[in-house]
Design a protein around this ligand. Structure first.
Ligand SMILES: *Cc1c(COP(=O)(O)O)cnc(C)c1O
Length: 374
């Protein structure tokens, strides 16, 4: 979908391949309008946006940041890279995002940030997390990789914390292969964010005529994609509404067709608590237990349907054990990670495809009285 290839050819013909050109500006402007953020920077990935965020929050050795264990490794890896400790807290069963009560129990004198992931674009309990953040003076950095076009009561995900991180990787709703964005939602972080993302220089201020020459002023990274990538991304952002509504339509088809299976106790469908508007990034179900889930994957694969699970919990992963600390028992994380199954979802998945997936799933998932979580 979209005119990305045309825009890439346009950039290639111009020879102006470096970042920061017309398409970069168009993408940042479009995202900025949606998010209402004082600054949006395109980044090479969501991982890069997370790495910039933890630098903005001034995380360093001896500090701690509270992260979910049920998330992409990038959320925790960004913390560990600064020498700070990712502290794994449990998720709430209603949102599959950080549970404020487990976060409260994880806070210490060394805590500097809370980094919620909005799983499947379902907003975490941001009111609860913000209250904690205010009480303990913590930064809030949102991993909104699943929720580029999702919101909480009309407020876009990624605009609710001090910074929001987005992914335009291959598997995401809007993609340029590898890409991301950082929304800086605090005015007092804007100048430093520009410097950190520009190899530690004040080149942007120089380009605006604010300083006579640009020089090295801080630590930093090569934090922007080139213009070919931005051009492709612009082609996608132009049609983002169509992409998202097509994905939402598939999401709704699954949801309707699986209602009966849920009523029969065969599986649990995603809960969407009040005020959450999703962008159709993920459709998942919770099977009664790990063996049912694994059996479903095998049987669906035999029927030519690729269904996958994630995330392998971070707190018990090799790097999690080496770099992190676990707060509490993480029972919901371990439970959900063992039972969750993602169903195929992309724009253009037909009703017949959905029927085939649902048929295969309902066929394998035998009812087990009382085993599915309410
Ligand atoms: C995909 C993803 C990331 C990493 O994004 P990249 O752009 O590949 O770096 C981070 N967090 C979550 C929740 C993701 O799904």
């Amino acid at each position: 979908m979209g005119r990305g290839a045309e825009y890439v050819a346009d950039v290639a013909a111009s020879g102006l391949l470096g970042g920061g050109g017309r398409y970069t500006a168009l993408c940042a402007e479009r995202l900025g309008e949606r998010l209402g953020s004082p600054l949006v920077l395109l980044t090479p990935s969501c991982s890069a946006a997370l790495e910039l965020s933890v630098l903005l929050a001034e995380l360093g050795p001896g500090d701690e940041a509270i992260v979910p264990s049920f998330t992409h490794p990038a959320t925790a890896a960004a913390v560990a890279k600064t020498g700070a400790i990712p502290v794994f807290a449990d998720i709430a069963p209603e949102t599959l995002g950080l549970d404020p009560s487990t976060v409260a129990a994880a806070v210490t004198d060394r805590t500097r940030a809370i980094m919620p992931t909005h799983y499947a674009g379902v907003a975490c309990d941001m009111a609860g997390l913000s209250t904690l953040a205010e009480r303990h003076r913590l930064a809030v950095i949102e991993d909104a990789a699943h929720g580029v076009f999702a919101d909480l009561e009309g407020r876009p995900l990624g605009s609710l914390g001090d910074a929001g991180c987005f992914s335009f990787g291959q598997m995401k709703n809007v993609t340029c292969g590898e890409g991301g964005a950082l929304a800086v939602n605090r005015e007092d972080w804007v100048t430093r964010a520009e410097v950190l993302a520009d190899r530690g220089t004040n080149r942007r201020a120089f380009e605006r005529g604010e300083v006579p020459a640009y020089s090295w002023v801080d630590i930093g990274a090569a934090g922007a994609p080139g213009e070919l990538v931005a051009a492709y991304l612009w082609g996608q952002l132009e049609v983002a509404d169509q992409i998202v509504s097509a994905r939402r339509a598939v999401w709704s088809m699954y949801h309707e067709r699986l209602a009966q299976a849920e009523a029969a106790g065969t599986l649990r469908r995603p809960a969407v608590p009040e005020g959450r508007h999703l962008d159709g990034h993920i459709y998942y179900v919770l099977l009664p237990d790990r063996s049912e889930r694994d059996r479903a994957i095998t049987r669906l694969a035999e029927a030519g349907v690729q269904a996958a699970f994630h995330f392998v919990p971070l707190h018990s992963s090799a790097a999690g054990l080496r770099h992190g600390r676990t707060a509490g028992a993480l029972e919901v994380t371990d439970d959900v990670a063992g039972r969750l199954l993602r169903l195929p979802i992309w724009p253009g998945l037909s009703e017949a495809d959905v029927e085939r997936v649902v048929g295969g799933l309902v066929d394998v998932a035998r009812p087990q009285a009382g085993a599915a979580r309410a």
